[in-house]
Ligand binder design. Structure first.
Ligand code: KG4
Ligand code: ZN
Length: 336
């Protein structure tokens, strides 16, 4: 049984072919980073229009790479929530069209649950129950995942997501977009202890995150508190230390809250997803923490961490339960 999955929730246009094992045969992603870079963030209208242009070629490529045709596809899968509504609608409409044209069912899955399921896909074995940890540009949240489709939110961010904080701090430091990789690169030659940046909720039982205070602390350190007298980007000599100190503040909080979630739930498995896990300092810190806690840590390869359509293999679990989507399914921008 083969599935064709579509992902258009934000600024990546993606399609994948996978089987009900689940096993992925192709995972094609067309990035729009170049289109949004000069705005230093994703522009929803531009994203939706680019999806319209890119989706059919991306689907073609996914089918070709998997060495199949549309006639081999038995089910369509699509992320219909959460995300930018105009962007989501492109994928949802295409999924409905393909479902009708091919005479096959279609299944809607939650993009956040899929980020966690990417770990199951990569592991090739069951990973549930586990703590699910999504750290992306749009979300920073911890879940108690009973199984692939039953997840309870343990806590999320009150303001910025971790990736968003990286992107905004990169802008403050005069680095490129997306900010995460640029900050990490700059940080390699910096001293992470040079600046004492705040770590919100560190000594608090609540599994919540807040990164806007940290972002403001970086802003004031660079420009002073009177922004009307703001200076230009920091001197090169300071840049690396600022990037490294900011990065460590984010990593410290993410790792501490992940550990707290494991202790509170008693779960000894953690499945991590989202683009921020590309960060080497975060990966290493999570690995060390998991080893200390005697826990199993699942981090998929990068192609399955950032937005992609193969992670929608979560649809296989719904297919087993016969949970198909109706043709009047909506795109749902809000979370869960
Ligand atoms: O999951 P993703 O591809 O898209 C969604 O937001 O759904 O994540 C993108 C985010 C961006 O905010 C980007 O700056 C961040 O992941 N990111 C990183 C790194 N690579 C990407 N953050 C920190 N360090 C990185 N190396
Ligand atoms: Zn995502």
């Amino acid at each position: 049984m083969l599935f064709l999955a579509l992902e258009t929730s934000c600024d990546e246009t993606a399609a994948a072919v996978f089987s009900d094992e689940p096993r992925a045969f192709s995972n094609v992603v067309a990035s729009q980073d170049e289109l949004h870079a000069r705005f230093r963030g994703v522009v929803p209208e531009i994203a939706a229009r680019a999806h319209l242009r890119n989706l059919l070629p991306v689907i073609d490529q996914a089918l070709r790479q998997a060495n199949v045709t549309l006639n081999d596809i038995g089910c369509i899968a699509v992320h219909n929530t959460p995300g930018l509504v105009g962007a989501l609608l492109v994928g949802v409409s295409a999924a409905k069209m393909l479902s009708v044209a091919l005479g096959v069912p279609f299944i809607a899955v939650n993009h956040i649950a899929s980020h966690i399921y990417a770990c199951r896909l990569a592991a090739g074995r069951d990973i549930f129950p586990c703590v699910g940890f999504v750290v992306s540009g749009g979300h920073t949240a911890l879940f108690h995942c009973q199984d692939a489709l039953t997840m309870r939110l343990l806590g999320g961010t009150r303001d910025d997501a971790a990736g968003e904080a990286f992107d905004k701090v990169a802008a403050i430091l005069g680095l490129g977009f997306p900010g995460g990789p640029a900050v990490e690169r700059e940080a390699t030659s910096g001293n992470p202890k040079a600046f004492e940046f705040p770590r919100a909720f560190m000594n608090d039982d609540r599994l919540e995150f807040s990164f806007s205070g940290l972002k403001t602390a970086v802003l004031y350190t660079v420009h002073g508190q009177d922004l009307s007298k703001a200076k230009g980007p920091p001197a090169d000599s300071e840049l690396a230390d600022l990037a490294a100190s900011f990065q460590l503040a984010v990593v410290d909080v993410l790792v501490a809250k992940c550990k707290q979630a494991m202790r509170q739930t008693g779960l000894k498995r953690v499945a991590v997803g989202g683009g921020v896990i590309a960060n080497g300092v975060l990966r290493k810190a999570l690995e060390e923490m998991a080893a200390r806690e005697g826990a199993e840590l699942f981090i998929p390869p990068m192609s399955l961490c950032t937005d992609n359509a193969a992670m929608a293999a979560l649809a296989v679990e719904k297919w087993r339960r016969g949970e198909f989507a109706p043709l009047d399914l909506d795109a749902e921008p809000n979370f869960l």
